[in-house]
Design a protein around this ligand. Structure first.
Ligand code: 4NP
Length: 175
């Protein structure tokens, strides 16, 4: 079950993936040091918890290349670790090839969506782009996972709350 914000293109994409032996998901944000590596960590923990880790391949990447090779932001790692998540991803930039590699490219906000649409090579690539919060159920009104980089602790907590909600909605939709 997906919520009312999910458009028919996203529902078609989800339905086309349901029977697939392995589903490859790429989470994308601006810098790949706060939101998308946290999304990756949340989703990896969820699939492990539900015993379906072997059906998923999960990665993350950034629109920009400023932090390539870096661990996630220290603040993101601290807040995630309080929820039992260890974030060890090393930042990398999105590449056009990713659209061929992954089944779904999950953006954190509408700027990410626009940047991804610019990088998509074909209409098929474009169809793989979805918005993280479209799968949120408890935060049903959320339009984005807001960039926490210039925020305080509550910004990082909000990111994790939105990601736990949205990733659980996404996984339920896919399984
Ligand atoms: P993220 O946060 O997109 O959630 O990783 C950001 C991290 C760094 C920058 C922007 C956003 N930056 O401009 O360096």
């Amino acid at each position: 079950m997906v919520n009312h914000k999910v458009n028919h293109k996203t529902i078609e994409l989800i339905n086309s993936l349901k029977g697939k032996e392995k589903i490859k998901i790429l989470f994308v944000c601006l810098g790949n040091i706060c939101r998308s590596p946290a999304a990756q960590g949340v989703m990896e923990a969820l699939v492990a918890e539900r015993g379906v880790a072997n059906r998923f391949e999960i990665d993350s990447a950034g629109i920009g290349g400023w932090h390539v090779g870096d661990l996630p932001d220290k603040r993101m790692r601290v807040h995630a670790s309080r929820r039992g998540l260890e974030l060890t991803h090393r930042a990398r930039q999105v590449r056009p090839y990713d659209f061929g590699e992954f089944d779904m490219v999950v953006a954190m906000d509408d700027n990410n969506v626009e940047e991804l649409l610019d990088r998509a090579r074909t209409p098929e690539d474009e169809r793989k782009i979805v918005r993280m919060t479209d799968f949120a159920r408890h935060h049903a009104g959320a339009e984005s996972v807001p960039d926490p980089y210039y925020e305080g602790a509550e910004g990082f907590e909000l990111v994790l709350d939105l990601l736990e909600d949205s990733c659980s909605g996404l996984l339920d939709a896919l399984t």
